[in-house]
Write a protein that binds this ligand. Sequence first.
Ligand code: NAP
Length: 308
Amino acid sequence: MLIASELKNLLEPSELAGLDITWLAAAEPTPKGDYAAIVPLLSRWVGGTELKNLPNLRIVANVAVGYNNVDVVAAEMRGVMVTNTPGVLTDATADLTWALILATARRLVEGVDLVRSGTWTGWHPEQLLGLELRGHTLGLLGAGRIGQAVGRRAPAFGLRILYTARSAKPDFERDAGATRVDLSRLLRESDIVSLHVPASPETKGIINAETLARMKPGAMLINTARGDLVREEALAHALESGHLGAAGLDVYTDEPAIHPRLLAAPRTVLVPHIGSATEETRRRMATIAIANVQSVLGGKPPLTPVYG
Ligand code: NAP
């Protein structure tokens, strides 16, 4: 089997017992061969060509909850299982979302830059004024595991919560005081819009020039889901023009490249796709991926399949 070599330190030898492993570095292309399993990072595309080159493949065990790097339809047609790592990264990603909300609302990076530059002249009543969270509205675009975990942390900050999802979430509404609305109302009423839907053909570019224009003047956009959801040039324009107040981003369309206009845009907090980056979570993600492989190669059903 093929395993991303970057996972080596996160796995115990006992988890790998009985597996014939070829470690595959992120920079290496996916080889051809009679491998039965592949455990890729989300940066590796596994599509029709890769599946054709791996004719004996039985499972793609993705080390992420998102699986937009895998052509799931092509895999299903070939009878190849696809698994992901849901649940174990929910809290870590929700926490990072809050780190971005707070850093963006309170202009943390600008403050750090000012202190480090040596040009801070002292307390000033109008210096780096940010958004007071209490009394404002957080709009969650997507309220699955991570969206809800973000929302459940919001009442402590005094935020009103709106959300969109394909189905209603009565428990979430009761526990967090959240209200389900359509996308138009979410965009119109939210002071902070946070993205928590998967990247798919339906959601690609959902934040574009037209939807950005429908956001409240001065509102903030937070994205810890996937870069494909956002048209980065349009976002840069909305920040440059001042229509959007700020953006906090963990994910980008063409990682690790970041659109140059977005890099140069004002009022951004940009971090390098670290949503799930805690020691515990990354170990659990690697462990689930390998457990899926062990299960399927052992003739049992996968633990966390993405289809079927
Ligand atoms: P999830 O539990 O499957 O939740 C997805 C949510 O999106 C659900 O509310 C779902 O609605 C909604 N949704 C799905 N397709 C939609 C569509 N076409 N239109 C509108 N809403 C749609 O997923 P999750 O575990 O919360 O993860 C969400 C995403 O976060 C992942 O797909 C991944 O891309 C991203 N992620 C990023 C990081 C990071 O490192 N930054 C880490 C983990 C995850 P229903 O509930 O009604 O089905």
